[in-house]
Design a protein around this ligand. Structure first.
Ligand SMILES: [Zn+2]
Length: 284
């Protein structure tokens, strides 16, 4: 991304140089040329930087902009701490009834990565912040109609079980823009909005930021702090390792600052087990 900006600047600089030689006579009697150039330069530069942040929201945090996966940031480094700006929010729905909270569901033996808010079929669902739609899809046995928006504050929000999607991938949205209609698609019993907040793919409890009963955010900012004691979380690429070609248990142990013994114990394997490329190993 950085390389692209530099290339754009070089291009604009070339344009300015040619504009310069063309308008030289006109400008000769005005303010010193270098100061004018500097002024034009900073205006153009700011415009380029702003355009770039709209093109790739939270560019500095994410390893890539891809429409290929809902969440897959195996090369992402989740910062130890990050202040997330919540000003400029819009509640995704006016509904206030939370049907189900974030967290582990012992009965189903699986994580619930979002918050379920009661909505009626056809209710307007709105973008939580300014940003850009990164992923739009349909999952018959899961999310149903759903979409993911990446925001400038570093969060990605996910909206699932929609009856209708109103935006496409790469659509730039403002907080409050209608992005879909409430529904009951996918694995859902009763119409509701399944709402997720993720940081580099890692699911964070939306209730830490969004207070649906009071239709407000919990503060102007939310500070994410990496937990001291790591636990295996399939939504957190820091807590697992995906086997690559040429990997051995000892090599992975060194790379990930753990031991072969620990890897074997956590993953129910032995030192004799053949690793497959793409296999996911728990690190915690
Ligand atoms: Zn849900």
């Amino acid at each position: 991304m950085k390389i692209r900006i530099v290339r754009n600047i070089a291009f604009v600089a070339a344009m300015l140089v040619s504009a310069h030689s063309f308008g030289q006579d006109l400008l000769a009697e005005q303010a010193p040329m270098d100061r004018q150039m500097a002024m034009i330069d900073s205006v153009v530069l700011n415009r380029l930087i702003n355009a770039d942040s709209f093109e790739y929201p939270a560019d500095d945090l994410y390893p890539e902009w891809s429409n290929e996966y809902a969440h897959k940031y195996t090369n992402a480094v989740i910062p130890d701490s990050l202040v997330i700006d919540l000003t400029g929010f819009c509640m995704p729905t006016e509904n206030t009834k939370v049907n189900d909270i974030f967290g582990y569901r012992p009965r189903r033996r699986r994580m619930h990565y979002g918050l379920d808010v009661k909505v009626e079929i056809g209710d307007t669902i709105r973008a939580a912040f300014d940003g850009k739609v990164r992923f739009v899809s349909y999952q018959r046995r899961g999310y149903g109609n759903y979409l993911v928006i990446r925001h400038h504050n570093g969060l990605e929000t996910l909206y699932a079980h929609l009856s209708k999607k109103l935006v496409e991938e790469n659509t730039v949205v403002k907080a409050g823009d209608p992005i879909g209609l409430g529904g009951n698609t996918g694995r859902s019993t009763g119409s509701h909005l399944h709402f997720e907040t993720r940081l580099l793919g890692k699911a964070l409890d939306p209730a830490l930021m969004f207070d649906f009963p009071n239709q407000d955010v919990t503060g102007d900012t939310y500070t994410y702090t990496k937990p001291k004691q790591k636990v295996y979380d399939p939504s957190d690429p820091d807590t697992y390792y995906k086997v690559r070609s040429g990997d051995t248990l000892s090599r992975i142990a060194v790379k990930k600052n753990t031991t072969v013994k620990q890897l074997c114990k956590l993953n129910g394997i032995t030192t004799k087990t053949t690793l497959r490329v793409g296999q996911v190993l728990r690190l915690y």
